[in-house]
Design a protein around this ligand. Sequence first.
Ligand code: SF4
Ligand code: SF4
Length: 168
Amino acid sequence: MITDLVQIRLLGEKKREDNLRFRRFLKSHDHSDRILRRIAEDVEEQIDCTVCANCCKVATAIVTERDVERLARHLRIPPAKFLTNYTTESEEEGRVLRRTDEAGCVFLDGTACTVYEARPDACQRFPHLVRGAGSIASRMWQMVDRACYCPIVYNSLQAFKVELGFKR
Ligand code: SF4
Ligand code: SF4
């Protein structure tokens, strides 16, 4: 299992073309989502997200109205204040948590999420391999990028390829 983030970035980029081909392969071949989910669950169990937190550093976190209510309650502030202080509007994704390129998410402290119990649904389900709407194949369009920064995605895609006999 590869968890070193420098290696993940290099290998994810090196396998970008391969992963793009695998994405097309998944769409056009019969496979069992149940088996792929089980493989991804197995990978997840072997990786400690609390020492990684790379997604909190590099990815945006979408917030829904329900997330805003929960987080505002958690922080004991009115929802309107939460929206102003901790979120911003993104053209592509809508309402997201504030972040900077240097520090990542506004709620990240080192590798710890300071609002963990109340974190947005999107954070709870990340990287959306085991948990997510639709089939794994339909979510694959996001996974080629995520394989460059998320050890769960990188290792799961490699294991999927072996399981399905995908050849380079
Ligand atoms: S989901 Fe991926 S990137 Fe995020 S903390 Fe876990 S292993 Fe790291
Ligand atoms: S809310 Fe917590 S889990 Fe979500 S991106 Fe921010 S630090 Fe990470």
